[in-house]
Design a protein around this ligand. Sequence first.
Ligand SMILES: [Zn+2]
Length: 471
Amino acid sequence: MKDIAELHRKMVLFFIGFLLLTISGIPLIMYFSSPYLELKGSNEITININESYDEPGVIATYYGNDVSPEVIVTGNVDTTKPNTYKIKYSLKKGLFKKEKERTVIVIKPSNKVAPVITLKGSSSVNVCPNKSYEEEGYTATDDLDGDITSNVSVTTKDNKIIYSVKDSSGNTSTIERIVAYQDVTKPTITLKGNSSVTISLNSKYTDPGYTVTDNCDSTIVNKVKVTNNVNPKELGTYEVIYEVTDSAGNKTSVKRTVKVVKPVQGGVIYLTFDDGPKNGTTNVILDILKEEGVKATFFVTNSGPDSLIKREYEEGHTIALHTATHNYSKVYASVDAYFNDLQIVHDRVKRLTGVDSKIIRFPGGSSNTVSRSYSKGIMTTLTKEVTSRGYRYFDWNVSCEDAGGAKTKTQVYNNVIKNLSNKRVNMVLMHDIKPQTRDALRDIIEYAKANNFTFATIDENTPDVHHRVSN
Ligand SMILES: [Zn+2]
C-alpha cells in the first residue's frame, strides 16, 4: 500500500511538473531564442551622385512571424554629396539583439565630357567704329553640373572676346566671338510719296522729300545729295536721284521717276465703271458708249461673262483692274492677299485681251477706312507697294453715288453734272452693274457734250487722281 501511495504522489508531482513546463516552458524557451535578421539586396551599394537611393529593406522573422516593422533603421544617405554612408539595422527580441549594417557609397563618376558654351547672337559681329560691343549673352551647360553659365569667364584679346568655362571634373571649354569695328551697312533712304509721279507739262514739280537713316552715322541726314533734272517745260520721263555715302564709305542711291505729260485740258471727263462686267447693264452701257462715240475705262473684277470684257476691249475702252473678288475681308487681309487677288483678275484680262494691265483701282478707293478693320495701315503700304510693282492706281473726284444714296437715274445724273468742272480733270466714279447708272448714262453724255466737255480713257498720260490715305 505504501508503494502505491508513493507512486501516486510521484505521478501527481510529475503531472504538476509537466503542467508547469507546458504553461511556462515555451515562453521561456522563446525568451532564450534569437530572432532572424538578414539584409535584402547587397550589403554594399554604390550609386552615382544625384541618383536616388532606394532602400532594399530587410527580412526579419521571429518564430516564423514577420517582424520587419520592428527593425530600427538608422543612418542617412545624402545623394548630393559623394561619401561613404553606413545604414544600421537593429532588431531586439527577448534577450537577444540582432544588428546588420549596409554600406552605401555615393560617387562622382569620372566625366570626360566638356561643358558647352553657346553664344547668343552671332560669333562674328560688326560694330560701328564709334561704338562699343554690347555683350549679347551666352550660356554654359555641362552634362553633370547642369547650368554653369555663372562660372564662365569672359576676356578680350585684340578683336576677340574669349569665353571660357571649367566643369567640376576639370574639363574646360573655350569659344570666341570675333568683333570687327567696321561699318559695312549701307544707309537707308526712304522716299516720301510715290516712287513714280506724273505731272502735267508746265506745272510745278515739288519733290515730296525723303528720310534717311544709318546704323552708325548720326550726321547722315546732312549728307544726302539730290539730283533733280526734272524739266516741267518739256515732255519726258525724268529721274530724281537721291544719293548718300556714310562715314565708312557705304553708298546708297534711290530714284524717283517723274513723268511730264501733256497738259490735260480743262473739262476732260474720264468715265470709269467699276465692279463689272454684268449682263443686262454692261452690255447696254457699251451700246450707249458706241452710239455716242465715247470711250471709257472699266475697272473689272472676276465676275460677269468673258465676252463683255472682250467687247469692252475691242470697242476701244481701257480695261483696268479692280481685284478679282472685291471682298474687303479677303483683299485687305494682308499685302500678299491683295496682290494674289489682283493677280487673278490681271490674268483674266491678259487672257481675254492680251493686255498686261497696270492700271488699278482699290476697292473702296485708296481712302477707304474699311480695310483698317482687316489690316490696320494696309493702304499706306499698298499705295506705295503697287507703285513699286509698276502699277498706277486711280481714285476719283466725282462720284455718282450709285453705290450709296443714288437709287434713281435722276439722282445719278445730278450727282455727276453738279460736280463736273471744266477747270480740271473729272474722274467720274460709276458702277456698270447698277441699272440707275445705265439709265442715266445717255443724259450725262448729252449734258457733257452740250457743255464742251471732252472724254478720255485712262492711259499713261493721265495725271494721278489720288485720295488722301486714311487708315
Ligand atoms: Zn468697287
